[in-house]
Design a protein around this ligand. Structure first.
Ligand code: SF4
Ligand code: SF4
Ligand code: SF4
Length: 156
């Protein structure tokens, strides 16, 4: 999935440019929403019954985008079974603890990904290779996404 764009958000807003949200236009408000500098509730127009479907779609889009880590990956805990495939396959995890690549797990808090309470958690996002590769994302690491049989991890 590509990064959430203001154009995508704008398409779902009422597009009346009424300025009730305090922004000069719906597009300006969309830019703020994507940047996490405004909340959908600041647009009173979206509560109109005519826009119900758009409101629900916006909520879903924004909650995914804002839940993403700084490296833009999102874990869907409802889909994760805690199988540990991604934990064992993550090259950054293996570099930190060889025990991980043998499927033995590790309790190190330095790991990027670990299983806690039956689901995968991001413990140390700064060690993720996507974090290092920011600004040079032509071929970002996607091993965790590719190793998940349940599509529980995705990139925004
Ligand atoms: S309040 Fe809503 S409809 Fe009005 S300009 Fe802001 S985003 Fe657009
Ligand atoms: S993107 Fe790569 S380095 Fe980052 S958590 Fe996933 S597998 Fe590990
Ligand atoms: S995210 Fe996927 S691969 Fe990783 S533990 Fe959960 S289900 Fe397994």
């Amino acid at each position: 999935m590509t990064k959430l764009s203001p154009i995508e958000v704008h398409r779902l807003l009422p597009r009346t440019n009424c300025k009730k949200c305090g922004s000069a236009s719906c597009m300006a408000f969309a830019v703020k929403l994507v940047g996490g500098k405004a909340a959908l509730e600041e647009c009173p127009e979206i509560n109109d019954a005519r826009y119900l479907r758009q409101k629900l779609a916006l909520k879903e889009l924004l909650s995914k985008a804002l839940a993403a880590t700084p490296t833009k990956f999102v874990i869907h805990e409802d889909k994760c079974t805690g199988c540990g495939n991604c934990v064992d396959a993550c090259p950054a995890n293996v570099a930190i603890s060889l025990e991980v690549s043998g499927g033995k797990g590790s309790s190190s808090r330095d790991l990027v990904l670990s299983i806690e309470d039956g689901v995968v958690k991001v413990l140390n996002v700064k060690a993720c290779r996507r974090f290092e590769e920011q600004g040079n994302e032509s071929r970002p690491c996607s091993v965790c996404v590719d190793s998940c049989p349940y599509r529980a991890i995705e990139f925004m």
